[in-house]
Design a protein around this ligand. Structure first.
Ligand code: PRP
Length: 207
């Protein structure tokens, strides 16, 4: 029988996706939240789940190590790999990808420094706007960069805005609305079409 692997994003996406799986009738063989394991069989034969960092989900799916994945649109916009279809907007874990800066920063004319983990997205966005910028890659705590003078602006996801507020930062421009998406490896979509389509239908039905 065909083995299907679905890669999930740990953290806040996982929290919202677990109830969706439950409603879809997909039950992990063990409690995911209370375990250190990264692979889980499910009640559906030959259907297993992986728990990954979001940034790794498109990579696993691109190379077919996972047939399907659930990741934030922010991660997909940043990913340069391709090799997968974006099959479903799960309309959950919603947030916004935005530029932000300190409250008191005026709109500078010259070259600005932008700190972000979304280097590809940021590069494209500032180029589109015709704004001269240099980019510094960070892996987290982007909000500190303008506070400590490392950068003039950041590009990051904003949900409640509390993290920005706590650091005296304000949002500036919306780059993209973000939500969790289901992606499917292009080859698997052909070779395992029926089984994958059945899972997409289950998830769609539960939304
Ligand atoms: C994200 C983001 C901000 C925060 C925004 O980090 O990088 O720090 O959430 O949320 P808020 O607007 O509700 O304050 P996350 O907690 O996902 O951790 P990460 O840095 O590991 O992505």
């Amino acid at each position: 029988m065909t083995q299907i692997t679905l890669a999930l994003t740990k953290g806040r996406i996982l929290k919202e996706v677990l109830p969706l799986l439950e409603t879809s009738g997909i039950r992990p063989s063990q409690d995911i939240a209370g375990s250190r394991k990264l692979v889980f069989q499910t009640n559906i034969e030959n259907f297993r789940l992986l728990i990954l960092r979001g940034v790794d989900v498109p990579t696993y799916v691109q190379f077919g190590a996972a047939d399907m994945g659930i990741a934030g649109k922010d991660i997909l916009l940043e990913d340069a790999g391709g090799g997968y279809y974006e099959s479903l907007d799960l309309d959950m874990a919603r947030c916004r990808l935005m530029t932000a800066s300190s409250k008191d920063t005026g709109i500078g004319e010259g070259r600005i420094i932008v700190a972000t983990k979304y280097i590809n997205v940021a590069r494209k966005y500032y180029a589109q706007k015709g704004r001269q910028a240099e980019f510094i890659k960070l892996y987290g705590a982007m909000e500190l960069a303008p506070v400590l003078g490392l950068a003039d602006e950041i590009v990051d996801i904003v949900d409640t805005g509390n993290t920005l507020k706590a650091h005296g930062l304000v949002t500036k421009e919306l780059i993209a609305n973000v939500s969790a998406r289901l992606i499917v490896n292009k080859t698997a979509m052909k070779t395992k079409f029926e089984v994958i389509q059945a899972i997409i239908d289950r998830l769609r039905g539960a939304l």
